[in-house]
Write a protein that binds this ligand. Structure first.
Ligand code: KG4
Ligand code: ZN
Length: 409
């Protein structure tokens, strides 16, 4: 048989993005993205200002087969069978009770297309919204059982972690940068805010986490209070920048929760509540109500972003110092925040010029399947991509695969 490069099909459904990607190992330390299909549910959730698990599950199930076809077709790996395969519906009977929509899509797909030339199926098994995660996990189970291809379960946070270490060479080619350990990752998204130490890929220790809301969640809630669209991060950040760039003075002061707590934990729900009270104080007086002015919105957004970024940067920098960190990584949707990037870069450069700071490509900072494929690639690849990887590639009996909403690194 012709020797061909290692290929992985990856699946991401942990929150409100449905993603399928196909990655190929290319050369010494690089990977090529052969296919990448992503469907966002932003429009579905925007009307509620947050993600509803049952709606997310349905949207994943409705879209995922189409995305599989699209990613495989882009990778030139989608080939029709000569005659339809029989018995697929029966073999997927485990989907009958809870995943009827998914089954409706997968049965014709698996009946009319050949097994593609891939080596592993990688899937996010947690953390995330459990009903949403199960759609991806059940898709992996179905593909694995019909195609006979092993599954690599991936922790979503490891996906965010490794993505920043892959540097973009051109549209689809990424090179693994030589990460010097110990590395520290600030992982900040809609569901998580944590500081993670790593002495090798595959070996992680969480040293701090949020005790209540995640940073992205706080951005989303503040956006809602200010009457801005979901997801709130980019919208709040845009207003904040307008106020900051105009050199306007602060009109408000918000707390910096747990700034001096002496540990690496965070708390963001208090800042959000402080924004709510500030708006109430301004707009509801003597029984009369008014709207916020545009300037008040900008000033509040700016002070909120200042407060959040100050806490994130201070705690990250302290961890860099106290743990002798050589590489600092930022991952997750909030890693796309320009002000966080600027402030962290400025502080690290000034105080720890020997530390390498890595951010993901902005379009890879929010959830996608490429990051899941990248994490799986580090596990599955023999060498040298795998240099510095501490664990073993963990393939699973598909029948034992489980989604775990609270999975920890
Ligand atoms: O990683 P992600 O796509 O999904 C989760 O795993 O949660 O992160 C989405 C979160 C949302 O809360 C969104 O408001 C936030 O990331 N976000 C941002 C920015 N872009 C996305 N927050 C602040 N600034 C941004 N530029
Ligand atoms: Zn995420």
């Amino acid at each position: 048989m012709e020797k061909r490069p290692l290929r992985i099909l990856s699946i991401e459904t942990s929150c409100d993005e449905t993603g399928i990607a196909i990655l190929e190992e290319t050369g010494q330390t690089s990977i090529t993205i052969l296919g990448n299909a992503l469907a966002s549910q932003i429009e579905i959730h925007a009307q509620y200002g947050g993600v509803f698990p049952a709606l997310a599950k349905r949207a994943h199930a409705e879209k995922i087969t189409f995305l599989l076809e699209q990613a495989l077709s882009d990778a030139e790996l989608l080939e029709a069978v000569d005659s339809p395969l029989e018995g697929i519906a029966q073999r997927l009977s485990f989907l009958d009770e809870k995943e009827t929509t998914l089954k409706e899509g997968l049965v014709p797909f698996l009946t009319y297309y050949k097994t593609p030339a891939i080596d592993y199926i990688a899937v996010t098994v947690g953390p995330g919204l459990e009903p949403a995660l199960w759609v991806g996990v059940n898709t992996a189970k179905a593909l694995s059982s019909i195609w006979g291809i092993p599954v690599i379960p991936i922790n979503h946070m490891e996906g965010h972690f490794v993505t920043a270490a892959f540097l973009k060479k051109d549209e689809s080619l990424f090179d693994l940068s030589p990460v010097t350990f110990p590395a520290l990752a600030l992982l900040v998204s809609g569901g998580h805010s944590e500081l993670v130490l790593s002495d090798a890929f595959g070996s992680y220790t969480k040293i701090g986490h949020t005790r209540d809301d995640a940073v992205g969640e706080a951005f989303d809630k503040v956006a809602r209070i200010l009457g801005l669209p979901y997801p709130g991060g980019p919208a709040v950040s845009k207003l904040a920048k307008e106020w900051r760039d105009a050199n306007n003075p602060p009109l408000f002061h918000l707390p910096r929760p747990m700034l001096h707590s002496g540990d690496y934990d965070f708390s963001f729900s208090g800042i959000k509540t402080a924004v709510l009270y500030a708006v109430r104080d301004l707009c509801e007086q003597d029984g009369a109500k008014r709207d916020l002015t545009e300037d008040e919105k900008k000033a509040l957004a700016c002070e909120f972003e200042n407060a959040v970024v100050e806490v994130l940067v201070k705690k990250t920098v302290r961890a860099v110092h106290e743990h002798g960190v050589q590489t600092c990584i930022v991952g997750g949707g909030v890693a796309g925040n320009t002000y966080l990037r600027e402030e962290l870069s400025r502080t690290i450069k000034k105080e720890f010029s020997y530390v390498t700071l890595l951010f993901p490509e902005p379009w890879l900072a929010t959830d996608n399947a490429i990051m899941i494929g990248m994490a799986a690639m580090l596990q599955a690849n023999k060498a040298p991509l795998r240099q510095g990887f501490a664990g073993q590639a963990k393939t699973h009996n598909p029948n034992e695969l489980r989604a775990d909403g609270n999975l920890s690194l």
